[in-house]
Design a protein around this ligand. Structure first.
Ligand SMILES: [Zn+2]
Length: 461
């Protein structure tokens, strides 16, 4: 038996009064995040001013980075303690001498404290991700951003307490969300039946660990995370073993190119390529049109934008949400089918450091990105590919699948997968691989997928 974390997502049908509560929670979560991030930024700025003084005095930057007096950036626990102490005040920070507290923050009332605690945690994660990206452990990213009202996605997360299991399903289609801050708990109607999960909970095979409620476009969703106890297979099925290994390449034309056929939908023909739904022309056109309408209705310098503008903005948000949902569905279906149908999956090793760098690459490494795969928005595709890798890694366990990899910068599209002959003059324009040694003629990306299949070595989970 193994324990795995699974997410169950349900659309919500809240009453108008409940929508108000959800907005309040989301606002609390956003302000909590900004509160925590604000504390980190203040400490960081203090350190940076100290360092800049040293640089101004003539020290070089690397030395100044080391010498500037270090201050611990407050983590979630310190943020929480400080928040408890100051939340009744009308401002953030210690009370200046001789000043009376003003009105308390409106945002801390009527909300379960845990919605704040998770927001503080999220600020920790955002900060850590930024530090990791500076150290090259993650794709490059900008300084963590404050969540702006009306722009940030509305969402909040509540961690489940095992001692007091107050997040639960009630009746056939309701989810109970704990109250707090003087407000009672409330139960929201679900659009889909949660039966799959409730049956596992009743059989003691699942425990809810947290619930995230978010608004995507026009609709609120709850994503319930549960720790599910499940019997995992110790070896692949006969069908998987018979299929063996599949190689996957990130292609130029199609998002993914496979070395072997994959059945995506039951009864449908197997496919050898999978398109990226982000690039679907139809939705892209609709989105472009909606964005034009939105910018046409935007009045520069206006204190408040028109109703027409708000409508156009909502339309754009809805299309984005639809696109994201469709992309997520495609990715999940694809990774599910791969682990169901093959016993080994061969992939490239992602170069996370170079991932969001422009296709130009760097001066000392012009990058295979330019030569091989220019002309597409690499960052977008790579991020999608990273998500597919992530899903394959955890879903592999569910079906006893082995993941195999070829090293980063492995020249997968330059050598013949049949005989190993290397085409040294290959250019990006060469869509077809033509082997001068054995005469093989094959689509360039398909050849790459075969090479990945052949040359990958299994990695220990
Ligand atoms: Zn050949």
């Amino acid at each position: 038996m193994s324990e795995i974390i699974k997410a169950y997502r349900y659309a919500l049908d809240p009453t108008p009064a409940q929508v108000e509560i959800l907005h309040r929670y989301a606002t609390a979560s956003r302000c909590g995040f900004n509160f925590a991030l604000g504390m980190k930024v203040a400490v960081y700025d203090h350190w940076r001013r100290g360092r800049d003084r040293l640089i101004a005095e003539g020290m070089d930057k690397a030395e100044a980075n080391k010498r500037a007096p270090k201050i611990r950036v407050p983590n979630r626990n310190r943020t929480q303690a400080y928040w408890r102490e100051t939340r009744g005040q009308g401002f953030i920070g210690p009370l200046p001498e001789g000043q009376e507290p003003r009105e308390p923050f409106a945002w801390w009332e009527g909300v379960n404290n845990r919605a704040y605690y998770t927001a503080f945690e999220d600020a920790d994660t955002a900060w850590k991700n930024w530090l990791d990206s500076l150290a090259g452990r993650r794709p490059a990213m900008g300084f963590p951003k404050f969540k702006r009202r009306g722009q940030a996605r509305e969402s909040f997360r509540i961690v489940h307490s095992l001692k007091n299991p107050d997040i639960r399903f009630e009746g056939p289609r309701r989810l109970r969300i704990p109250g707090g801050g003087g407000q009672p708990a409330f139960t929201v109607r679900l659009h889909q039946s949660p039966r799959g999960l409730t049956q596992l909970i009743e059989a003691d095979d699942a425990i809810i660990t947290s619930v995230t409620v978010a608004r995507d476009g026009h609709r609120w969703h709850a994503s319930v995370l549960a720790r599910v106890t499940q019997q995992l297979p110790d070896k692949p099925t006969h069908r998987q073993q018979a299929a063996g290994r599949i190689g996957i390449d990130l292609g130029v034309k199609s998002a993914l190119v496979l070395s072997d056929p994959l059945v995506l939908h039951q009864g449908a023909d197997p496919v050898l390529t999978v398109d990226n739904p982000r690039l679907l022309a139809n939705t892209a056109r609709k989105l472009a049109r909606a964005q034009r309408v939105m910018s046409r209705r935007f009045v520069k310098g206006a204190a408040q934008q028109s109703k027409g503008y708000q409508e156009a903005k909502a339309k754009v948000a809805k299309l984005h949400a639809q696109l994201a949902a469709r992309r997520a569905t495609t990715q999940h279906l694809l990774t599910k089918r791969l682990v169901q149908q093959y016993s080994e999956i061969a992939l490239e090793t992602l170069n996370t450091k170079g991932m969001t760098r422009s296709a130009k690459g760097t001066a000392d490494r012009p990058g295979r990105n330019v030569r091989q795969k220019a002309g597409l928005n690499r960052a977008i595709l790579d991020v999608g590919f990273a998500e597919i890798h992530r899903q394959l890694e955890y879903k592999a366990r569910w079906h006893a699948v082995t993941i195999a990899r070829v090293p980063t910068f492995f020249p997968s599209s330059k050598s013949c997968h049949r005989c190993g002959w290397v085409d040294t003059d290959q250019t990006l324009a060469d869509r077809t691989f033509h082997c001068q040694a054995c005469g093989t003629i094959i689509d360039r990306d398909a050849n790459a997928a075969h090479n990945i299949k052949i040359h990958a070595t299994p990695v220990q989970p």
